[in-house]
Design a protein around this ligand. Sequence first.
Ligand SMILES: Cc1cc2nc3c(=O)[nH]c(=O)nc-3n(C[C@H](O)[C@H](O)[C@H](O)COP(=O)(O)OP(=O)(O)OC[C@H]3O[C@@H](n4cnc5c(N)ncnc54)[C@H](O)[C@@H]3O)c2cc1C
Ligand SMILES: *[C@@H]1O[C@H](CO)[C@@H](O)[C@H](O)[C@H]1NC(C)=O
Ligand SMILES: *[C@@H]1O[C@H](CO)[C@@H](O)[C@H](O)[C@H]1NC(C)=O
Ligand SMILES: *[C@@H]1O[C@H](CO)[C@@H](O)[C@H](O)[C@H]1NC(C)=O
Ligand SMILES: *[C@@H]1O[C@H](CO)[C@@H](O)[C@H](O)[C@H]1NC(C)=O
Length: 616
Amino acid sequence: MLSNIVKSVTMLHTLVHALVVLGAVVVDAAPAASPYDYIVVGSGPGGGPLAANLARAGYSTLLIEAGGDEGDNPTYADIPNFNEAANDELTRWDFWVKHSDDPARDLKFEHTTWDTGDGTFYVGLEPPEGAKLLGIQYPRASVLGGCAMHNAGVCSLPADDDWNIIVNKTGDTSWSAANMRKYFKIIEKNDYLPAGNPAHGYDGWLSTSVADASWAKNNSLPATKILKKMAELTGQDPENVANLVNSDILGEYENADEITSFYNMATHASKEGKRSSPNNYIRATLADPAKYPLTVKLHTLVTRVLFDNSTTPRAIGVEVMEGESLYKADPKHVDGTKGPISQILANREVIISGGTFNSPQILKLSGIGPAAELTKFNIPVIKDLPGVGERLGDNYEGSLLALGQSPVESGLITLLFRTPSAPTKKRNIYTWCGAFSFEGFWPGFPTNYGPKQYECALVHMAPKSQAGSVRLLSADPQDVPEINFRFFEHEGDKDLHELVEAANILREAWQAAGEPVLPFDELHPCPKGTNCTDASQAEYFKLQAYSHHATSTCAIGGDDDPMAVLDSKFRVRGVQGLRVVDASAFPVVPGAFPSCPTMMLSAKASEDIIADARKA
Ligand SMILES: Cc1cc2nc3c(=O)[nH]c(=O)nc-3n(C[C@H](O)[C@H](O)[C@H](O)COP(=O)(O)OP(=O)(O)OC[C@H]3O[C@@H](n4cnc5c(N)ncnc54)[C@H](O)[C@@H]3O)c2cc1C
Ligand SMILES: *[C@@H]1O[C@H](CO)[C@@H](O)[C@H](O)[C@H]1NC(C)=O
Ligand SMILES: *[C@@H]1O[C@H](CO)[C@@H](O)[C@H](O)[C@H]1NC(C)=O
Ligand SMILES: *[C@@H]1O[C@H](CO)[C@@H](O)[C@H](O)[C@H]1NC(C)=O
Ligand SMILES: *[C@@H]1O[C@H](CO)[C@@H](O)[C@H](O)[C@H]1NC(C)=O
């Protein structure tokens, strides 16, 4: 019934555009109304759930995804295979990024990657003669479900203030942390707490579960001794650690941002370890007997957005190139391969959800971005928006890694804490510790140092600098843009100091491990046999920090902010009928892990877009 009403409203919506501005050429638009109300580009945590929700609300929706569907492939479906998934050529897009404007500094990154010319990579500091520099690998997944199909599935919420700052910037109170909880509850299908917990949802599409932490009850385990010492060093009760490790990381707390605590480790997976992602929701929507009007077009690269020529240009559709491995970040791409190009129109809106690297690229190829940059590549300017592709931000990640004299038997320890020099009362570090090694990304990551490896992985949750950028290298949509994170550009010394403080606290806790684990032979940041100073550690983190949570290249901002790309309803400023819904929309890095926050943002966008449609 509802969907019928919606359809008749849609038919009243007439297409007023007469011309399509296509590159420099103006061509006739297709005269008939499109079969699609909405076109969504990209099926990750931003676009995937949004397309499903629009279709479920009765709007005919086309979801376009450059990759294929690996939902049944165990490499992707079973969360413990995540490292294999992120290395898999089947879906991998390799972005070779820079960490700074200083090539000499970047060349000191231990996992710098080179093309040897014989089809293999060299990773390290002494490349063979003739090898070509690629840069620092930053993997992304091009597949139905986006990076939520190859990530580790860690589900964590932003700081409350990461939402509240959007209220401050835009005046839109619907972004308050208290209100955003609603969207978490809409998407969540909690798989670890008894029904009725008011902070949680039980009927959504995203399964959440937590790791077993019962090992922490065993006081004789070296890991429990470390845990107790960590408690002491961070102002928690060492006698209560067996309970504290079950604190609900997805719970709702007053003054949450100021709490230092151990937590359970939540993932977007079922308790049986099956990955839960937009892929499941899209497939469930397609399979639903209600026959929701969702069409999914795989292996299709969107090359630009099409606009009419109204005074305020309106997005009326997209241009696509069809085929597999068309984008040059795809390691399977064959030089010179192209696919047929066509145009697909939308009656209502185009929504870009290509992720933090691709959404700004698509906008720029479409004539929306810094005018000087577009003009350099002969792209006609539809709207001069200087913020597109700027303010790229990411967590700084690093690790304390060592080999014990014997294995450190344990499960994971998850701790969110505040280091002494943090500028506010807010906690700044998310760490997870266990018998693993994770040192960032390069082809073939991670290194397995054997059963004695022990690590605390560190995420700085609130980087003070967001000076990175995604900029075009050409007007060719198959080309990859230039990505430079400019790590530590602003107040970098402070963030480095906070990372060092964190490492020092954790290292001190490790010394409680006792026999037979001690002494730990540290690999970094203080390799055995070197002098471990704050300065040496800061230098280590400056050169070796890595990241994989890029955001903010199409940031939401206020009317008075010239660098704002979106308004608070995800609308691209200065044009009509175009929104961006993905991790690029966050004005500040949303806590330690962006996947669940992006799915919350997508649920909010769904509600906002449907509300607008019903108003019209
Ligand atoms: C190895 C790895 C591990 C991670 N681990 C975690 C974790 O444990 N927890 C966490 O919270 N986050 C993690 N992340 C980050 C998280 O997965 C991403 O932040 C999140 O997926 C971003 O969602 P998105 O919708 O913005 O973009 P994406 O997930 O990147 O989705 C974008 C989609 O758009 C498609 N696309 C792009 N351009 C085009 C185009 N021109 N035409 C058609 N389609 C296009 C892509 O193919 C892709 O499927 C990890 C990321 C990586 C790479
Ligand atoms: C928002 O603005 C208020 C009033 O100026 C301020 O007290 C608060 O700290 C700001 N919050 C954030 C997250 O910026
Ligand atoms: C605690 O851990 C020790 C060391 O691994 C083990 O020998 C012991 O059986 C464990 N105790 C319990 C109650 O599980
Ligand atoms: C836009 O359309 C108007 C009216 O049809 C036409 O006069 C004008 O030349 C067009 N402008 C462009 C840039 O195509
Ligand atoms: C460490 O520092 C001390 C004191 O400055 C110095 O004597 C020693 O040689 C240094 N050791 C190493 C391995 O650099």
